[in-house]
Write a protein that binds this ligand. Structure first.
Ligand code: TA6
Length: 315
């Protein structure tokens, strides 16, 4: 189901009692007893705690940031730094940062865009008949940093998997919008030395730890034994993270995404990040899905573009 179709179904087919109602303030709860709870999370930032029959999740309005997802009787799917900051002007370290409208550094601007440090609005909570729960977050951005005004709609569906849909609409009447987007997902692993990543063989990539040299992936399974920072381009492939320590594989399926980024900071970078524990590189790897660099998106005035990611696990 496309984002548009899903949003349409939310707004026009959802029973009245689920009609969107903005909490007048965070304490004016739009709770679903036993399913969605509004809480003051870390740093007293507003957080939603979501529980389904299969799983639990936590999502902050700050950056519409998913910080936790865990299937029952499984280890957490996502890594969250024990020393992450939780402040209105700082990105959260871990979980799924929403990177928009640019990826990487930009002169005089914050790294990785402003979406992840913006306050998103919760528009809808939709419990579906199959037991899944979809949360719709929205960011309306005015013209800024050289970008036309745009709206981002982010759907997070919690079930026995975690599904994400990011839709961007160019609100300009006459300017095209050229942007990058990425769901910068930090996955929890038992021991990085026991991890291998498959699905990228044959893909071309920019190796950011080797002067952004253009290379082609030759490994059936990528292993991490030093800093890895690779932007794979023109690949729509499903990626699997095989974790021999936790005896599971994580499956990263995506649609309308042509870029995959693989990152582990390793020792020196870990020590250089104040919001990341010196040894936390051992228990995480980023496999990020989006459209960045040569895969950036050009949107005509009034048009929308959506991409999606579905995260699941298997033994
Ligand atoms: O996606 C990998 C990357 O671009 C790395 O180069 C590193 O900068 C990482 O993102 C984290 O960036 P952040 O701004 O969150 O510290």
């Amino acid at each position: 189901m496309t984002v548009t179709a899903l949003i349409h179904s939310i707004y026009f087919e959802t029973p009245n009692h689920m009609a969107s109602r903005e909490p007048s303030n965070w304490n004016d709860k739009l709770e679903l007893p036993g399913k969605v709870r509004f809480m003051d999370g870390n740093g007293d930032l507003p957080m939603l705690n979501v529980t389904t029959e299969w799983s639990s999740a936590e999502i902050y309005l700050h950056g519409a940031h998913v910080t936790h997802f865990q299937r029952k009787n499984e280890p957490p799917l996502l890594f969250l730094s024990q020393v992450s900051q939780f402040a209105a002007d700082k990105p959260i370290r871990g979980g799924i940062p929403v990177i928009l409208p640019w990826f990487g550094p930009r002169e005089g601007q914050p790294m990785h865009g402003f979406a992840r440090t913006s306050a998103w609005e919760l528009k809808q909570i939709v419990p579906a008949k199959d037991g899944s729960i979809t949360l719709h977050f929205q960011l309306i951005a005015q013209e800024t940093a050289g970008f036309p005004p745009f709206t981002a709609d982010y759907l997070v569906t919690v079930s026995n998997t975690l599904a994400l849909q990011l839709s961007v609409t160019n609100n300009s009447k006459d300017k095209e919008m050229i942007f990058e987007e990425c769901l910068h997902t930090y996955f929890h692993v038992g021991d990085i030395s026991a991890v291998s990543i498959t699905g990228l063989k044959g893909a071309s990539y920019l190796d950011k730890v080797d002067g952004f040299t253009q290379k082609t992936e030759t490994a059936d399974a990528i292993k991490v034994s030093s800093e890895v920072d690779r932007v794979y381009q023109d690949t729509t492939a499903t990626v699997e993270i095989h974790d021999a320590n936790l005896h599971r594989k994580i499956i990263v399926e995506k649609q309308n995404s042509a870029s995959t980024v693989v990152w582990n900071p390793w020792i020196a970078k870990a020590q250089a990040m104040s919001d990341f524990g010196d040894n936390e590189y051992l228990n995480m790897v980023c496999v990020e899905s989006g459209n960045v660099g040569k895969n950036k998106i050009t949107l005509a005035p009034g048009k929308s573009f959506s991409f999606g990611v579905r995260l699941s696990t298997a033994n």
